[in-house]
Design a protein around this ligand. Structure first.
Ligand code: ATP
Ligand code: MG
Length: 327
């Protein structure tokens, strides 16, 4: 049997108008835009993990927020289980919001400091009128236990400030999982916690995924983390996907110079590979006036004339493996 496509994103774009100072607004009529997401497309099968990887500011969080319908796309389409959900409104959007959850990037900022943990985790149950009162409490206690916050009764009545970073992250996971979602966008869920706890949280997420055949979009700037958790990996650069494929292919035969540079940045005790290291030069350019042609060309060691003028599209280079590069 073929795999079920859970999520499909087609040519998705999000441009944000740039806030200008008063004088600038007076003297210039032109509105400028940040091209946060500039036409990305991908598919995720049910039960699989899609790792979205890239440097800070490349548009990962914006992509996640678009998919959970927290913000409206400038262009493009989002399909969930084959249904176009790009413009869902009202009751249908509420139904979708039960099925697609997001774990926010910063567990410190995303928890209300005055709300007890039990209330925070149970909140979605109330909003979606799934359970109230004692029944709600029972579901919350079960979920706290499941994510390893034990004794659950104690954590139920605790406030966020009483918890460690790792525990807060478990709360954020519990809150995303309490409605039994089908798709979870996890935005850098381990970047704010101690290195020593990271593997535990990843294991927990994989356990929860296998239990309910969940689908994950796992956002990270860390390819090593993506390697651990993903089935598929998409490499983002300045709002665009420059390479996409099965994890094994991305690691064994990276096609894009940017992917190779990111891979070189992972420390490995292998002098043979260290020699082949590709260094990333310069800073990430602005996505307000992105470079012409291939957006990576000013930082690329292999840039040719046409890279400056012609934008490369994703091309098949191997089974299920696409690269956007003229080389
Ligand atoms: N609400 C907004 N208004 C204006 N610009 C925004 C907004 N949200 C994001 N941006 C801009 O869009 C671009 C992409 O931001 P985004 O947060 O999606 O990146 P990211 O890949 O998640 O970065 P990080 O790894 O730092 O979390 C950045 O240039 C950012 O400044
Ligand atoms: Mg982000």
């Amino acid at each position: 049997m073929g795999k079920m496509v859970e999520l499909k994103v087609v040519d998705l774009k999000k441009y944000f108008p740039v806030q200008k100072g008063f004088l600038e607004r007076v003297f210039s009529r032109k509105i400028e835009y940040v091209q946060a997401v500039n036409g990305i497309s991908f598919e995720i099968n049910r039960g699989e993990v899609f790792g979205l990887v890239g440097e800070s500011g490349c548009g990962k969080t914006t992509t996640g927020r678009l998919i959970v319908r927290l913000i409206e796309p400038t262009d493009g389409r989002i399909f969930f289980k084959g249904e176009d959900v790009t413009f869902l409104q009202g009751e249908k959007l509420r139904e979708l919001r039960k099925k697609i959850q997001i774990i926010f990037q910063n567990p410190y900022a995303s928890l209300n400091p005055r709300m007890k943990i039990g209330e925070a985790v149970g909140h979605p149950l109330e909003i979606h009128r799934v359970a109230m009162g004692e029944r709600k409490k029972k579901l919350v206690l079960e979920m706290l236990e499941k994510v390893g916050l034990e004794p659950a009764e104690k954590f139920y009545d605790a406030y966020p400030f009483e918890l460690s970073g790792g525990q807060r992250q478990r709360v954020a996971i519990a809150r995303a999982m309490i409605l039994n979602p089908e798709l979870v966008v996890a935005d850098e869920p381990i970047s704010m916690i101690d290195v020593s706890l990271r593997a535990k949280i990843l294991e927990l997420m994989l356990m929860l995924k296998d239990e309910s055949n969940l689908t994950y979009i796992f956002i990270t700037h860390d390819l090593a983390v993506a390697k651990y958790i993903s089935d598929w990996i998409g490499i983002m650069y300045l709002g665009e996907i420059v390479e996409i494929g099965r994890k094994e292919q991305i690691f064994s035969s990276p096609g894009h110079p940017y992917t190779r540079a990111l891979l070189s940045a992972i420390p490995v005790p292998d002098p043979a590979r260290a020699k082949k290291n590709v260094q990333l030069r310069g800073e990430v350019p602005s996505s307000i006036n992105p470079p012409s042609g291939c957006r990576f060309h000013p930082r690329c060691n292999f840039a040719m004339e046409k890279c400056r003028t012609l934008k490369p599209t994703l091309k098949l280079v191997g089974k299920d493996h696409y690269v956007a590069c003229h080389l």
